[in-house]
Design a protein around this ligand. Sequence first.
Ligand code: ADP
Length: 248
Amino acid sequence: MSNKPENLILITDDGLRLDGRCADEIRPMKIEIGVLSRADGSCYLEWGRNKILVGVFGPREAHPRRSQRADSAVIRYKYNMASFSVEDRARPGPSRRSIEISKVSREAFEPVILAELYPKTAIDIFVEVLQADAGTRTAAINASSIALADAGIPMKGLITSCAFGKVDGQIVLDLNKEEDNYGEADFPVAMTQDGEITLIQMDGHLTPEEIKKGLELVKKGCKEILALQQAVLRKKFETPVEEPAAEA
Ligand code: ADP
C-alpha cells in the first residue's frame, strides 16, 4: 500500500474498476488439475494475471525423522515466488513474507486435512508463484485445495480463499495490483465449505462496518470459487472409467 498518484482514479463515477469489474466481482479464474506427473496431486491456476503452480507430495515418510509426529501427519506448506514473477526481480529464496504466507496458509488447511490418519508421515504442499498480480496467497490456497484433492488427501472439505479491500473509499472484492498498491486496505480470508474462517489477515485500516460488508463480499466470492473448484474435481473424478471391450 503506497501513496496514490493524485490523478489516478481506481473506481469511476459509475462504479467500475480499472479492469472493468464491479465492486463485488472476482477476476476470471482458470483451473487445471493434474499438471505435474511426478507429484501425487497438482494444480495450475490463473486468477486475473496471477499464475500459480502447486504440487502436493504425500502422505510419505517424514524426513528428518525428528520432524515426525507419532499421532498424525505433519503438513508442510512452502510458498515461493519465482524471481521473474514480479516486475522488479524478486530475490530468490525464503523471505519474511514467504515464511509468513507459508505459515498462515498451512494453518488455513490444518482444520480440514485428516492428518491423524497418517502418523509419522508428511504431506508437502509446494507453491510456485510464476506470475504475481496481487492476491497470490489466496490464489495459491485455492490451487492447493485442488492439488490436495487431486492427491487423494482425505479432507473434511475444500478450502476456498478470496480477499476484499478498500479502494477509493469503497469496499471491493479481490484486489488487483493497482488496487493493492494504491488502495487503503487489503483483507485476505480463507474458509471451509461451511463458511468457517481458517485464515484472516488485514493490511490497512477498516471500521467494523467495513469489515462486515467486506466479509459478505468474500462469502459471495468464495461461493463462486468453490463452484469452479468443484466443477474441475467433478470433471476429473466423475469421468466414467471405460470398461475394456469384451473379447469375441
Ligand atoms: P498477495 O500476493 O497475497 O496479495 P502481498 O499483499 O504481500 O501478497 O503482495 C501483493 C503483490 O505485491 C504481490 O501479488 C506481487 O504482485 C507484489 N509483490 C510481492 N512481493 C514482491 C516483491 N518481493 N517484489 C515485487 N513485487 C512484489
